[in-house]
Design a protein around this ligand. Structure first.
Ligand SMILES: [Zn+2]
Length: 250
């Protein structure tokens, strides 16, 4: 059985299951396809594997799609040419991202690239130090409530400048200039919990704090986490290797 046939079979089973369940746990817009958390994590791991092995597919990017259509090589992407044309048409009207990624603004950590994803695949929030405020939390809630996303990844990274600056600012008992201080304040609990450890320990602690804050966020996220409908996982991106390691998959 080819990969495409397996994918179609999985898709068919998924559609049947959804119909049988009447999408009872569906989003505000009931026609949104739902990608379960475990499958979303698998897609991200596979994409990062392609990226680190130097074999990215750059899926779902317009110029690539045209090239693949011309070469009729959509088998590589598990998508037919007709499917690709349909996807572009769909994206004009709506979006169906399968994961939310809250990552640092660092220019070396763009989620779409490190997970080898394309247009319409990821709903991305980027803030220095991958912390949350009301606006970014509202963006995440929109992705969960309206777009039916079932996985949130909080992505920290090696040698994070925001976390490093927070450690240094707090150690010097001073304040960062301007609004940068708001980032320091958000990262402070992780800095205090890892005062005698290295930068990576603080990055990991910060990711875990933010992930836990999302899991316990009311009124939208907590109930979905508690019911198992939504998963929030922390992850760490290595600048050295390009690899993303998932810290926990609760
Ligand atoms: Zn950073």
């Amino acid at each position: 059985m080819t990969k495409t046939r397996i994918a179609l079979l999985v898709l068919t089973v998924g559609v049947l299951s959804c119909k049988q369940l009447a999408c009872a746990a569906g989003p505000t817009h009931a026609d949104q396809p739902i990608v379960p958390p475990a499958e979303a994590i698998s897609r991200l791991k596979e994409g990062n594997g392609r990226y680190t092995s130097g074999n990215p597919q750059h899926p779902h990017e317009s110029s690539e799609e045209r090239t693949y259509m011309a070469a009729a090589s959509y088998e590589n992407l598990g998508m037919t040419a007709a499917g690709a044309a349909t996807r572009r048409a769909e994206l004009k009207r709506s979006q169906h991202p399968f994961a939310i990624v809250l990552s640092c603004s660092d220019s070396r950590v763009p989620p779409e690239i490190v997970f080898d994803q394309g247009l319409g695949d990821l709903f991305v929030i980027r803030v220095a130090g991958n912390v949350i405020d009301d606006q970014s939390l509202g963006s995440i809630e929109y992705g969960i409530d309206h777009l039916a996303v079932r996985l949130i990844v909080v992505l920290g990274h090696q040698r994070c400048g925001a976390v490093k600056a927070a450690r240094e600012t707090i150690a010097a008992k001073t304040e960062a200039p301007g609004h940068i201080q708001s980032l320091v304040a958000a990262i402070q609990p992780a800095v205090e919990a890892t005062a005698k450890e290295d930068l990576k320990a603080t990055v990991d602690a910060n990711v875990k704090n933010v992930a836990q804050a999302l899991r316990s966020s009311v009124p939208i996220l907590k109930s979905k986490v508690d019911s198992g409908e939504l998963k929030v996982v922390g992850a760490y991106y290595s600048l050295d290797t390009g690899a993303v390691s998932f810290l926990d998959e609760k």
